[in-house]
Write a protein that binds this ligand. Sequence first.
Ligand code: SF4
Length: 413
Amino acid sequence: MFCAQCEQSNKGGCAVKIGSCGKSADVADMQDVLLRVMLGVSVYASRAAAQGACDAQVDAFTPYAWFTTLTNVNFDADRFTQLIAQALEIRAQAKALAEAAGADLSDLPEPATWNPGMTPSELAAAAPMAAIQRFMDRDGPSIVGLRNLVLYGLKGTAAYSEHARVLGTEEAAVNAEFHRIAAFLATDPTALDALLAESLAVGALNLKVMELLDAANTGRFGHPEPTQVRMSPKAGKCILVSGHDMGDLETILRQTEGKGVNVYTHGELLPANAYPGLKKYPHLAGNYGGAWQDQQKEFDAFPGAIVMTSNCLINPEIKGYANRLFTAGPVGWNGIPHIADHDFTPMIECALAQPGFAADAPDEFVMAGFARNTVMGVAETLLAPGGQLLCRRTHQFPWQPLVRDALHNGLLR
Ligand code: SF4
């Protein structure tokens, strides 16, 4: 095991039996194997895309599979065995697509044909071939580091793409660019200039994906509006939705309508309370809890069911809430029930069986919803010659009149 993808690692990478996030060595190794097979998928998909062909299943599985390998998303070794088997099938599907499109498949990099096996022991034996540090002795830390920069950049892009895709928004050109960069990585590139250029290409792709995600969120739920969000729980049965998937949050709100269950967002999902398409549900009761690293204490104190919809999961087994925790989407933890089909009935039944909050806590609110539409909607702006956005009246940066107006209107205190 060697993993250096996040700031939770100390000493520049986790090279131990258990990473700082709780990832075990066998899961880390299987994530490396999965990604190497996924590079092979992108080799075929990019060559097919060059001929104008794409496959919806290949393009749907790709961001999902990459997303599962991010920090704090999926710690379930069994799920990775299944995902690798699925990835091999998807790679065969992408190959058939490229062949049918008449793509040139005469010069294929190794991930396009690599067979890591299917059983846990075969996968463990294959893992060194997929390890991110391989070729360190041959290529040196600068080249390997740049390869990993592209790899981790693609992982981030995949996460945002998946969030947009589950809301029904994707773009063939974005998928094709993802496959093109991943196919480049499949060649174990050694040219510094090319690696630097592709690092920048990942950044440009990510901006495009953020634009898609913004369109997905605002298209489905409307633009966020300045909203008072309750931060103190109300009496009653309760469900806590953590992660970042607003599609799952909406599904849970629909499935709990009329059931007497209050739904709370957790931590980073707080901004969801300001979207018109979500705050219209009266049982979206507010936000509970703060930063993800405090979840063990906060989840332990939450008297209802909890679902992790994307990342930020911490080991639930050392506290007493594992029996009321669920995972969805790319998230997984061995032994924790996974909701794969958007039917949250088991979680709702679990919430109804829990005591819930006995009484209202003292009122506590924060303001949310100051997204770009709100900001630009109240600021009269003009573009200065240097590209800076200025208030048309004051010729100052627009936050100054915005904050003054918000104070005047009682939106800020
Ligand atoms: S993802 Fe986990 S294993 Fe990898 S560097 Fe971060 S803390 Fe370490």
